[in-house]
Unconditional design. Sequence first.
Lengths: 362, 362
Amino acid sequence: MTQAPVYQSVDALQEFATRCFVAVGMESNDATLVADTLIAAELRGVTSHGLVRLPVYLRNLKDGQVDARARPVLIADAPAVALVNGQRAMGQVASKHAMDLAIGRARGHGIGAVAVRNSNHFGAGAYWAMLALPEQMIGVAMTNGAVARAPTGGVTPLLGNNPIAVASPGGSEQPIVLDMAQTMVARGWIKLAAMRGQPLPDGWAQDAEGRPTNDPAAALDGSLLPIGGYKGYGLSIVVELLSAAISGAAMGPALENMGFTAGAHEERRYAVHDVGGVGTGHFFLAIDIARFLPLDQYTARVDALVRTMKASTLGAGVESILLPGEREFVTEGRRRETGVPMSDEVSSELRSASELTDIPVP
Amino acid sequence: MTQAPVYQSVDALQEFATRCFVAVGMESNDATLVADTLIAAELRGVTSHGLVRLPVYLRNLKDGQVDARARPVLIADAPAVALVNGQRAMGQVASKHAMDLAIGRARGHGIGAVAVRNSNHFGAGAYWAMLALPEQMIGVAMTNGAVARAPTGGVTPLLGNNPIAVASPGGSEQPIVLDMAQTMVARGWIKLAAMRGQPLPDGWAQDAEGRPTNDPAAALDGSLLPIGGYKGYGLSIVVELLSAAISGAAMGPALENMGFTAGAHEERRYAVHDVGGVGTGHFFLAIDIARFLPLDQYTARVDALVRTMKASTLGAGVESILLPGEREFVTEGRRRETGVPMSDEVSSELRSASELTDIPVP
């Protein structure tokens, strides 16, 4: 027996989330922006970065861990690059400011890069990379985050998931949008395997002593492994360099990030060679395609690349070849018709948000 | 019984390789450059991109597939970005030209990006990213290449290994240098497992029907899998966009690349949605650190990040935590003392090079 899912309208959810953020002190424009990022994630099927984050964000704003009224400020400036102090604002507020700056610099110089320090969790990276799309630019967004993983060979969690997002316009095909963390799978998949008593594939996780394990219980005591072993570890270091080392953000375990649960301030448990650094760090890049070759040539080439991939002979049991982001565009198209499906988890988090703000759940 | 390895001096190898390239028509400066890239790879222990490539490079130059005298030319220009036509030169000649341009643009504007079309195999990507290091910049290099892999869900090889290299200066610690292809392992590891009759770990390869396989023989009939499954596939697409789509290089299977064996021109076997595009494509990025924050602050922060990683509790059987590129710096330090170890394979390729050029092997 499956229950018919309950759907909620995009507009009602957008209004609810916006009013919640205003209720804890954000200005209307900022509140609308953060609400939009959460709804966008819901529409795209990225529920991990959707409305379930609402109560955590609200609590962090209420208790002052995140400054609801902060305005990001420029602290270093060169023609094609800039450094922004997020002033402990919502990561979304700092990221909008920074990606807009990067796009402006790219408009003037062909490419623009903006690093951010003293920010917070910025939600789904794809949202920021995709801001480049209406500008006919390629966008890149990356961020460091709360420690979740050990360096290769170690067992101490010293690096975040450090996601990278890249978005490129297509022509008659959809844009290409990659948004990936550096672990093989999210922790939720390990928990699911544990519940089902299923062994894990090789390469997903290690136990508490750093040995590769296929046992989900041992994996939950241990830690997630990066994609391609030392390769994913290397990519995480690169994201840390660009997001945090060059921005002056807190690095690795020095980062007391806005957590996914309330009261995320854990004490520092690890040896940290600290050199200052404050808050979460991001790095944004915009590339103005038309400075390289005519835009219609580029988009025709992206379309050709998409169609070439789709012309691959299919593997056993596969229905079609997908491009990065394609599944999310399909989901978004469907949910713009149906509204957003309300899982028990999302409904429960909306009730928590309502209790925190006295805004009635739609 | 192990035989004592024979070592050859760096200077003698550099002179030999340079004379070989001059013998097939290259100018002295260009010949010295390409020889240097091969010796650098040998010193760093990246033998796959070292002197074993010499005969292939020489044959491609002799038969005119690669133009020994070509000069790369600028075909699009904006303040912080440029597009270069490699004019069918050696990839190394085009890449030196392009990375120098990117560094110059970064000097002027904070960041510089240069895309290249109509180039050839550029050797090890780390060499180009590392050109940024003496300039106190962060360097990035990527390239597309001969098809070797299927898109996720498919079985037709439509994408190259599409490596990404990133280099950052350190302070008192070594620079961080990541240079990674997008497959879990190189094909050589599958062959080794086949010879030894050992099963493959999950996630390394698929069979000819696209099913995951642990059987090395089935894997050799099938294809290598990317790191993190669809994540590595997505990264390969991003490299294809930046190296080839935006540069006007040949994309995916349309690329008739300079091969690792002579006569690499295979007929096109796959459906290709072609929109022109010529030769191999590269993408180079240079970021001028001091435009973001004082250089000594940055390098102190990189050192702190390195030491924080090394302070991790070690996994069972692990002696130390390494940073990306650290192993190569250790190897290089040793080989600058001992010279380059001459394996049977390298010795044999040097003899082939000698036969092609009448330059005596040192």
